[in-house]
Design a protein around this ligand. Structure first.
Ligand code: FE
Ligand code: FE
Ligand code: ZN
Length: 278
């Protein structure tokens, strides 16, 4: 059994997101905590969060995954941008304590010429600043395509960052299918092998969420351009195998495909009916 959903707009608040994903036929979702380009978060609406929290429990929604803004860069060279990243992520996580038990997903960042070693140090420093003892949200580093100086383009880098985290039980990984494919991992013909490698390098117990995206690029292109399921180089058959893989059961599978509501509803239905194990 897995949870299936898509990325949806957070403009109308938490309860509205819960209703919206139900309408699309899903039982998990991802959303931006604030504008994807950064900026201010909306005023905290506790009654809305409480209504969402009880609705999620009553209707059996799976865990959801907030996504940090794209402009934040844990490995930035400029001290101001790093502090802004920490403050914003810390604030996002404080808010999420009102809906305990969910995930906060972030990109490890770009080292912008400082080198991978420095990138690993800086990303770990951000995690150690924002993760508090006893917090109820698990922070996830996303696997990245490795475009430019992007960190997280291989499992080893994520492992090195995670190794430096003080509260490791509060940190995990979100596997993005488009990104790992673009980084060179063959999830089409060698899914077992890729997951075995993930297990060896990071540990599958730390894989908490899967982003389900086809890729416009060929394997290893390092471009990070998402496609609708079946309209890229990964293909629907690979996604059918993915959702049925025994090592991935129990996780939220979240679409970030370029789509409209009807398109997401169709892809959610496709992934759900592809599940043979449930
Ligand atoms: Fe992402
Ligand atoms: Fe993603
Ligand atoms: Zn992407």
């Amino acid at each position: 059994m897995i949870y299936v959903g898509s990325h949806i707009s957070s403009a109308k608040g938490y309860e509205a997101m819960g209703r919206q994903i139900r309408k699309l036929g899903g039982d998990t979702f991802a959303f931006f905590t604030r504008s994807p380009r950064g900026g201010r978060a909306k005023e905290l609406n506790l009654p809305d969060m409480e209504r969402f929290y009880s609705m999620a429990r009553e209707t059996g929604l799976g865990p959801v995954a907030a996504h940090a803004s794209y402009t934040l860069n844990p490995c930035a060279a400029k001290e101001e941008l790093r502090s802004f990243t920490k403050e914003t992520m810390y604030d996002d996580l404080s808010r999420m304590e009102h809906i305990p038990g969910n995930y906060y997903n972030l990109h490890p960042g770009c080292h912008v010429g400082q080198g991978k070693e420095r990138g690993i140090e800086l990303a770990a420093d951000v995690l150690n600043t924002i993760i508090r003892k006893g917090q109820h949200t698990t922070v996830l580093l996303e696997t990245m395509a490795g475009k430019g100086s992007e960190m997280g383009g291989c499992f080893e880098e994520l492992r090195e960052i995670l190794d430096r985290v003080r509260f490791p039980e509060k940190a995990g990984v979100c596997l993005d299918t488009c990104h790992v494919w673009d980084a060179g991992y063959d999830i089409v013909d060698k899914l077992d092998g890729v997951l075995a490698e993930f297990d060896r390098v990071i540990g599958l117990d730390r894989l908490k969420v899967v982003h389900v995206n086809d890729s416009k690029g060929e394997r290893g292109c390092r471009k990070d351009r998402h496609a609708r399921l079946g309209e890229g180089h990964i293909g629907r058959e690979a996604f059918r195998r993915l959702v049925n893989h025994p090592a991935l059961q129990g996780r939220p599978f979240i679409l970030e495909t370029p789509n409209d509501d009807a398109g997401w509803a169709e892809e959610i239905a496709f992934l759900k009916r592809s599940c043979e194990l449930s």
